[in-house]
Design a protein around this ligand. Structure first.
Ligand code: HEM
Length: 183
C-alpha cells in the first residue's frame, strides 16, 4: 500500500504559495514581471488574435466558442495574459486562476486543448520579456509564472476528477490511490 503523501493536504489557494516556492519564483523575478505590465498590454491583442484564430480553425475547438461573444472572449483572455505580468502572485491571484480552470472544467473541455495553446502564449510572453532591460532574466521569470499557471489550471481538472471519484468511493485518499492504480 502506498504511503500517505504530505502534498495531498495542500489544497485550493495554498497550492499557489507551494508552487511559488517549488518553482523558486523570487521577489526580484516577481518585480521584473510586474515591470512589464505595460508591454504585456501592448502585445496582448496580437496574442488573443492568434489564439482564437487557431481555436476557430479547428472544428472540435471551434464548437466550444459557438454563440460566445468574440469581444468578450478576447477581453477575458487579454486580461488573463496581462495578469501574468501583475507582479502580485497572492491568494487572490490563486483564487482567480483556480476559478478560470474550473470554468473550463464546467465546459466539458478536454485538458489537451488548453495545453495545446501554450506555444501561442509562450511566443507572445517571450516577446514581452524581450523588451525588458534584463531580457534573459525576464524570460526565465516568464517561463516560471507560465509553468505555475499551467499547474494551477490543471489542478482544477484533477480536483474535479477527485471530487467525483471521492464521492463514489467515500474518501479522497482512496480516490487518489485508485487514480494512481494502487488500490
Ligand atoms: C491556455 C489556455 C486558455 C486560457 C488561458 C483561457 C482563458 C480563459 C479565461 C480567462 C476565461 C474567462 C473565465 C472566467 O471568467 O471564469 C475563459 C473562458 C472561456 N474559455 Fe478559455 N482559456 C484557454 C483555453 C481555452 C480553450 C482551448 C477553449 C475552447 C476550445 C476555451 C474556451 C473558453 C470558453 C468557451 C469560455 C467562456 C465560458 C463562458 O463564460 O461562457 N478556452 N478562458
Amino acid at each position: 500500500m502506498a504511503k500517505e503523501r504530505s502534498c495531498w493536504e495542500i489544497k485550493d489557494e495554498a497550492i499557489l504559495k507551494e508552487l511559488v516556492s517549488l518553482i523558486g519564483l523570487s521577489a526580484e523575478e516577481q518585480g521584473l514581471l510586474g515591470s512589464l505590465a505595460p508591454q504585456a498590454q501592448q502585445v496582448a491583442a496580437q496574442m488573443t488574435e492568434a489564439f482564437y484564430q487557431r481555436l476557430n480553425q479547428n472544428k472540435q475547438t471551434a464548437e466550444f466558442l459557438e454563440g460566445k461573444s468574440s469581444e468578450r472572449m478576447q477581453a477575458t483572455l487579454n486580461g488573463w495574459f496581462v495578469q501574468l505580468f501583475s507582479g502580485q502572485y497572492d491568494e487572490q491571484y490563486a483564487q482567480q486562476r483556480l476559478k478560470i480552470g474550473n470554468t473550463h472544467v464546467l465546459l466539458g473541455l478536454p485538458i489537451r486543448y488548453p495545453l495545446a495553446m501554450l506555444d501561442v502564449i509562450m511566443e507572445f510572453g517571450e516577446k514581452v520579456a524581450a523588451q525588458s532591460a534584463k531580457p534573459a532574466e525576464a524570460s526565465r521569470a516568464f517561463r516560471k509564472i507560465l509553468a505555475l499557471d499551467v499547474a494551477v489550471f490543471n489542478q482544477s481538472f484533477e480536483d474535479n476528477q477527485l471530487k467525483h471519484l471521492a464521492q463514489l468511493v467515500g474518501a479522497e485518499r482512496l480516490a487518489r490511490m485508485l487514480l494512481t492504480g494502487i488500490a
